[in-house]
Design a protein around this ligand. Sequence first.
Ligand SMILES: [Zn+2]
Ligand SMILES: [Zn+2]
Length: 139
Amino acid sequence: MHPFDAEPLLRGAALRVTRPRVAVLTAVHSNPHADTDSIIRTVRAGAVDVSHQAVYDVLRVLTAAGLLRRIDLPGSVARYESRLGDNHHHVVCRSCGAIADVDCAVGHAPCLTASDDRGFTIDEAEVVYRGLCSGCSTA
Ligand SMILES: [Zn+2]
Ligand SMILES: [Zn+2]
């Protein structure tokens, strides 16, 4: 598999290439749906010495630039992923908290077409499926 290369992504978004940015983008790419604490652990395990605040700042910059998607699941801390632009959904295990991606059920972002938009201009829809993951349902 081709190794993940964060630098062209940063350049493509007109962002300066810095070690913390490369480390955070790479960490999220290899751990989809990671929360901030585990991103910090991954970055530090890669011997990049950054403060918590620096990681928070990098996450904000990368999200604003459209390189990361922030996921706010009800009852969960913010999580980040690098799979972007397809409006995919998530399934969450009630028991262990495992999270997986679920593609849109039909076509492109079908849930954007609300049955009644209540006068809002809707640009995002998020469906959260809940249940038990295979590990928990057999336990
Ligand atoms: Zn589970
Ligand atoms: Zn996802």
